[in-house]
Write a protein that binds this ligand. Structure first.
Ligand code: DAH
Length: 362
């Protein structure tokens, strides 16, 4: 029992939790001296056990109590030190404004999702790294199609396992194909997301945002398309005097194809969406590409075009944001300048809702 006094002294002197733990193992652990003494009880005669047993148990209790006390003392000292180091000056003023803001592109995408959800559209997504089959071929742009050249595509050097060229998607239209293939018909989806083209000036950035819309059902016609776009633009710009002009156009994935212009009014030399473009102080600007989904595209989507018809549309999200919130340089969207973000950004709690207004300002 000669170890008892030195052990108690060492425990009292231990200055870290780890040191206390090491002493516990040395005494009470499997190989510890107290454990060894306890084991030796088994080999003793009853008399010996009666005289020695209580002393061994007393030693074990003394060690256990000393360890507990020391550990508690060290823990409370550590807590005291931490509390002393972590002072908070509660008399300091609160920060004047909340930091950080929601980027207008994110805000507009949320607004669009909200508006289209109300018309029964779900949000669909697809990969930004696409293959040329989904990005072009299945959208009725075979390899030799001239429209491919117009897309300024970023290609990857390698092909995928099926031998398809890999690229950064040049539009959100491949999500049409992916949605038809994975969900079948009927279908009502929008697909917002990033797209890429090798193009850069005041109105073009190599990465920008589009939103795609696709409706596949029975007996769908151009009237459904016009009503949907009109309802959407009225909700988005939050005004009733939205006038649309549908112009015949060409896209490989729609037939017939229409470009949609919206009337604007000049106010202090600035174009403001609303009013007829034929008014003396107004004009038309193109806001959307759209049309009835080409039969071939419906087939590539795995559906029977004699049974299913649909319409599709696509437009630039950044441009919609500029028209609604008045920015005039696209490049500033992606500069990450804090002053721009503070000016044009939205509060985190500015969640767009149709009842509260889809475009509440921070
Ligand atoms: N994908 C076209 C583009 O990037 C935009 C577009 C036009 C999408 C017509 C459509 C559509 O769905 O019907 O220029």
């Amino acid at each position: 029992m000669e170890q008892l006094e030195p052990t108690l002294a060492a425990i009292a002197a231990a200055d870290t939790i780890e040191a206390v733990e090491a002493l516990r193992v040395g005494a009470l652990g499997k190989q510890g001296w107290v454990s060894a003494l306890l084991k030796s009880l088994g080999g003793m005669s009853p008399e010996e056990r009666t005289s020695t047993g209580p002393r061994i148990h007393a030693a074990r209790e003394a060690v256990t109590a000393a360890l507990g006390e020391r550990r508690a003392a060290l823990e409370s000292a550590a807590l005291e030190a931490k509390l002393a180091a972590e002072t908070a000056d509660l008399s300091l003023p609160a920060p004047a404004t909340a930091r950080g803001s929601v980027h207008p592109v994110s805000q507009v995408m949320d607004e669009l999702a909200e508006i289209f959800a109300d018309m029964g559209f779900a949000v669909a997504t697809g990969p930004e790294i696409e293959d040329d089959w989904h990005n072009f071929t299945a959208l009725n742009m075979p390899e030799t199609h001239p429209a491919r050249a117009m897309h300024d595509t970023f290609y990857f050097p390698d092909h995928d396992v099926q031998g398809r060229s890999m690229l950064l998607r040049t539009h959100t239209s491949p999500v049409q194909i992916r949605s038809m293939l994975s969900q079948g018909a009927p279908l009502r989806v929008i697909a917002p997301g990033r797209v890429y083209r090798s193009d850069s000036d005041a109105t073009h950035t190599p990465m920008f945002h589009q939103i795609e819309g696709l409706v596949i059902d029975k007996g769908i016609h151009l009237g459904h398309l016009k009503w949907t776009l009109e309802t959407f633009l009225k909700a988005f710009f939050e005004r009733e005097d939205i006038v649309l002009r549908l112009r015949p156009s060409y896209f490989p994935f729609t037939e017939p194809s229409v470009e949609v212009d919206v009337g604007y009014t000049l106010i202090n030399g600035k174009r403001v969406v609303g009013g007829s473009g034929d008014a003396t102080n107004g004009g038309w600007m193109e806001v959307l590409g759209s049309g009835m989904v080409n039969r071939k595209v419906i087939e590539f989507g795995g559906l029977d075009p004699d049974e299913w018809q649909g319409f599709a549309f696509g437009t630039g999200v950044d441009r919609l944001a500029m028209l609604k919130y008045g920015m005039d340089d696209l490049r500033a969207f992606f500069d990450g300048d804090v002053r721009w973000l503070q000016h044009y950004g939205f509060g985190a709690l500015d969640v767009p809702t149709l009842s509260g207004g889809v475009g509440v300002r921070a």
